[in-house]
Design a binder for this molecule. Structure first.
Ligand code: SF4
Length: 335
């Protein structure tokens, strides 16, 4: 969306994830007569947008924060949460981005679906204050789901938001939100666990290994969502497809500097070798491809290693020989 047209209503710039809380916050603000511009952040750590539940109700701005999140996982000012999630830094960065969007789209204040006490680290009053201050927006973040329990914000003091319109939700129970959603006809919202992959213990372990190896980058994270993960030592790792879908996804998401390994002569797992592998690490990756294939006695030099473009051609050629149709990469796996 370009420069948005303004009407005479106050405009909230709402951090909109598509989860239940942000959907309720949006509905509440709209019912209170405010204009709402939703900001949907994209990231390599988030599921695809179509899997993120409730779509934004109106005007939307999208911004990719993958690079910023990778930087924050590497070096969080406030530390990581239980897994690899730098929630305080991340929210602070989101406030800051939302305020930039407010400047270009005529926003009066930021709004979020945060609920007081819902998350121990990032959803309490000192954390709210600290993040607002760090983002340069003290007093400018309205949290309509818990607004009645929080100190008055600048938009309230300016008469843009009415405290009586806000709620007093708090704590970890989602029951009041679920009841409100039913009352307001909000359906098909995702579970809280379906969001940021940095809170998924299994993926977080992978992300932290990448960080510790010096390999945490947007491109590597994009590739690291599927396949078996093997560390090969300093600054090199390999992802080995478990099945056809993994092979197709690995090839589709392989960064341009990856080496792609496939059996020269027949069906088998596809592997994506990343980082800065030396000859010995390449050999180990080849052995892994053999180990997870049906041809355990094959010498490792029967595993070809190509750049991504060449590997895609090879993948397609093998698919044609085997009479398979093309997959989403224009190729077909044989895992
Ligand atoms: S859960 Fe993920 S997206 Fe949400 S604040 Fe934490 S790090 Fe950021």
């Amino acid at each position: 969306m370009g420069e948005a047209e303004r009407n005479d209503k106050a405009r909230a710039i709402l951090l909109y994830s598509g989860g239940l809380d942000s959907a309720l916050a949006s509905e509440l603000l709209l019912r209170a007569g405010l204009d709402v511009l939703c900001v949907q952040f994209e990231s390599v750590f988030f599921p695809p947008r179509h899997a993120r539940g409730y779509g934004p109700p109106g005007d939307t701005v999208r911004a990719d924060i993958s690079e910023e999140m990778v930087r924050l996982v590497r070096d969080p000012q406030y530390g990581l949460g239980k897994n690899a999630n730098p929630c305080l830094d991340c929210k602070q960065m989101m406030y800051s981005k939302a305020w930039e969007i407010a400047q270009t789209h005529g926003g009066d204040f930021i709004a979020t679906g945060e609920v007081l006490g819902q998350r121990p680290m990032s959803q309490n009053l000192p954390a709210f204050r600290r993040m607002e201050k760090g983002a340069g927006v003290p007093g400018l973040v309205v949290r309509p789901l818990s607004g009645k329990l929080l100190p008055p914000t600048i938009p309230e003091q300016a008469g843009l938001v009415n405290r009586a319109d806000m709620l007093d939700l708090h704590g970890r129970s989602r029951k009041p939100q679920i009841e409100l959603a039913a009352k307001w006809g909000i359906e098909d919202y995702p579970t809280p666990a379906g969001g940021c992959k940095l809170t998924d213990p299994q993926f977080a372990r992978r992300a932290l290994r990448l960080r510790d190896m010096g390999c945490l980058s947007v491109a590597n994270v994009r590739a690291a969502h599927c396949g078996r993960f093997f560390e090969l030592g300093e600054r090199a790792f390999v992802l080995v497809g478990r099945n056809h879908e993994d092979n197709v996804r690995l090839l589709a998401s392989a960064p341009e500097d990856a080496l792609v390994l496939q059996l020269d002569s027949g069906p088998g797992p596809l592997a994506c070798l990343l980082g800065e592998p030396d000859a010995e690490q390449l050999d180990r990756a080849r052995r892994l491809v053999v180990r997870y294939s049906r041809f355990r006695d094959l010498p490792p030099d029967q595993v070809r290693a190509d750049g991504v473009a060449r590997a895609r051609q090879q993948f397609q050629a093998t698919a044609q020989q085997m009479g398979h149709s093309a997959g989403p990469t224009g190729s077909r796996g044989q895992g």
